[in-house]
Every structure is written in C-alpha cells, then in structure tokens.
Ligand binder design. Structure first.
Ligand SMILES: *Cc1c(COP(=O)(O)O)cnc(C)c1O
Length: 365
C-alpha cells in the first residue's frame, strides 16, 4: 500500500488515469498509428504556416478571451461569438463543466460505451457516474431519461459516440432535450461532427439555441488534425458561458493554439478534403471487411469498431498483437467493456491499404 501523506478525496483515489492510444511498437521501424483518431493527412499546412508565422510573438501573453478565434469559429459556423468559450482541448471544457456544476454526491449520467473522460472528471469532483446501457451500441434515449433522478446534474452524450462510431438523429436528440428537466445539463460532445455525412444529424447548434441547459463541445483534434495543440470550444447559453468564463484559467488557451486555430478553422478546403477521403474509405471498409470475415459497427466517424471472433487464434487480443507485429497500432477497447473489438482510425490511402492487407492475412492464417 502506498501511503499518501496528504489524503485526496476518496473519489479521486477510485479512478484510474486515462491511457491514450499507444504510439510506438518495440522493434518496428515504421509505425502506422491508427489508435487515436487523428487526422489522416497530418497537420494542415495552413496551420503549420500560421504556427511558424506566430513564433516570434510567443513572448506575449495570450488574448485571455480568445477573441479572434471565437470570431473565426462563429463566422465559419454561423454562431454567436459571445456564446463560445475556447479551451485547451474539449477535454478542459469537460473538466470545467464538472468543476463548475458538480459537488459531492451529485449524479452524472453517462452511457455504456461513453468516452472515459466524462466518468474520470465526474469522479474527480466527488460525483457519482451512473452508467446507462446502450442498445446495439447506440445511445438509448429512453434509458438515459429513465436514469435521471433529482440528484442528476449533467448528462454526457458523445454524438457521434466514441468508440462506437454511431450517432443519434436530430429527432432523437430533440426527444432527449424535451424529456430532460431544465435544471439538468445536457452536454453534446460532437468531437466527430465534421465527419458525419447524414442529413438527419445536428451537432448541437439547434438545441443550444432552443434549450438553455444544453452545451455543445467541439474540438480541433480530429478533422482539423491538431490534437497536439490542445484546442476545443463550447457553444452554450449566455448563462452557462458566463459560468465557464468564471472558472476557466485567465489564459487557458495558449497564443500559438489561438493563431493556429484561426487559420485552421478558416481553411474549409482542408476540412472538405478530409471529409471526402473519410467517406470514401468508410465505403471501402464497409465492402472489404466482411470479405475478410470481420464485422464492424456502422460508423459515421473517422474510425471503425471491428469485432473479432472468440475462437482461439482469431481474437481481438491476438489481432492486436498481429497488427503490432506489422507496425500497425490500433486501439484495444477492453477498458470500454469491448474486449472482443478493436477501434481502428481511418488513415491515409497507404495506411488503410496496409491495415486491410494485414487484416486479410490475419483472418486467413
Ligand atoms: C477525441 C475526443 C474528444 C477531443 O478531445 P480534445 O481534448 O479536444 O482533444 C472529445 N470527445 C470525444 C468523444 C473524443 O473522442
């Protein structure tokens, strides 16, 4: 037993730190990293240019209000800049919402395969995560509504979900919004929104405008390919925005991230290129995976959740090892309660071809 001279809250001691996707394989010269849903095309060249151009100005403190960045995001998305808060990744915003709204004993509703950070931040605040089963790896709106009690403060929904890749339609989210008490916050984490091709999907803008208890979260880590810069934003009512501005650090978004974010969000060509590449490969995987004998959950994101047989030699754990021997890193999702599946990010053409070839070889062994 480790002795902690200054004891932390028991709720904090009950959580295990988040472990991100692996990025290296022992002995592999060339690594294909498909474990963290990062962009298929690397860093956007426009963002690289903005970063270089900004380098000399790093001695200045950042703009504490991220004014230019919020303006750019608002213009591009047709939103009101005064309802936007920027954060050091959407991660920080999840943490700030928990910090601002949760106290000991409050409940937070999360779904069966929810992104692990919701639970971790909630526990960190002494709150109790209440887990609701999903149906066929999709969020079950009725089950979520049924789990709400008078202790519930926040409902977290990743839409689309990670690691499932499935989504709830506009109508389903509307039903969820209508069914929730107005003093319960609904956080719609739309980290993968830009990849969704479905016309009945709404990332959350509509609901934020209609319901003052709804928050939409967005990130620069996925389609923008800027995970390393740590940048995300929230869109919410004036009241929730005010609360977030009270609890965030005065300079929570560094100046380089702000400069890079402005350039990236205005570069719609890059976003379009990533979207189209992703759609093309989702279709290829939809055809090619079944031909290898594997099934995947239908995904609207830049990753696929692939299920493996339970027979010895063909399991997810063995597939993971086999892929690693080829230098391909995917994401084991046993920690999400999916021990028979692997989550694979859609990479560039060459990486996807290598992944498909390796999966074919694994299944044919
Ligand atoms: C990747 C991801 C995020 C983004 O986190 P950042 O902190 O912005 O990098 C948020 N939510 C989900 C569900 C994700 O998969």
């Amino acid at each position: 037993m480790v002795h902690y001279p200054v004891p932390a809250h028991e709720s904090i001691m009950s959580l295990s730190p988040y472990v991100g996707g692996a990025s290296s394989v022992k002995g592999a010269a060339r690594v294909i990293k498909l474990s963290s849903n990062e962009g298929a095309f690397g860093t956007n060249p426009t963002a690289v240019e903005a970063c270089r151009a900004f380098a000399e100005k790093m001695f200045r403190y950042p703009d504490g209000g991220s004014v230019e960045l919020r303006r750019a995001v608002a213009e591009v998305h047709g939103l009101e800049e005064e309802r936007i808060v920027c954060g050091s990744g959407s991660d920080e915003l999840i943490g700030l919402l928990c910090h601002a709204y949760l106290k000991d004993g409050d409940q937070v509703v999360v779904t069966q395969y929810a992104f692990l950070m919701y639970r971790l931040y909630a526990l960190g605040c002494g709150a109790v995560p209440v887990t609701v089963p999903e149906k066929d790896r999709r969020v079950d709106v009725d089950a979520v509504l049924k789990a709400v009690t008078d202790k519930t403060k926040i409902v977290f929904i990743a839409n689309p979900g990670n690691p499932t890749g499935t989504y709830l339609s506009r109508d389903e989210i509307e039903r969820l919004c209508r069914g929730l008490p107005t003093n319960v916050m609904l956080v719609l984490d739309a980290a993968y929104a830009e990849f969704v091709p479905s016309s009945d999907f709404d990332a959350g803008e509509t609901f934020v405008r209609k319901y003052p208890n709804v928050v939409m979260l967005r990130t620069f880590s996925k389609i923008y390919g800027l995970g390393g810069i740590r940048l995300g934003w929230s869109y919410a009512s004036k009241e929730i925005t005010d609360v977030l501005n009270r609890v965030r650090g005065p300079f929570n978004v560094n100046s380089v991230a702000q400069a890079v974010g402005v350039a990236a969000v205005r570069d719609r060509e890059f976003v379009k290129k990533c979207f189209e590449h992703n759609l093309k490969w989702q279709e290829i995987f939809r055809k090619e995976l079944p031909a290898t004998g594997l099934n995947a959950t239908p995904s609207v994101t830049n990753f696929i959740l692939v299920d493996f047989p339970s027979e010895a030699g063909k399991t997810a754990a063995e597939a993971d090892k086999f892929l690693q021997s080829k230098g391909i890193i995917v994401r084991a999702v046993a920690s999400y309660g999916l021990p028979d599946s692997l989550r694979m990010t859609i990479g560039n053409d060459e990486e996807n071809e290598a992944l498909l070839a390796a999966l074919r070889e694994f299944m044919a062994r």
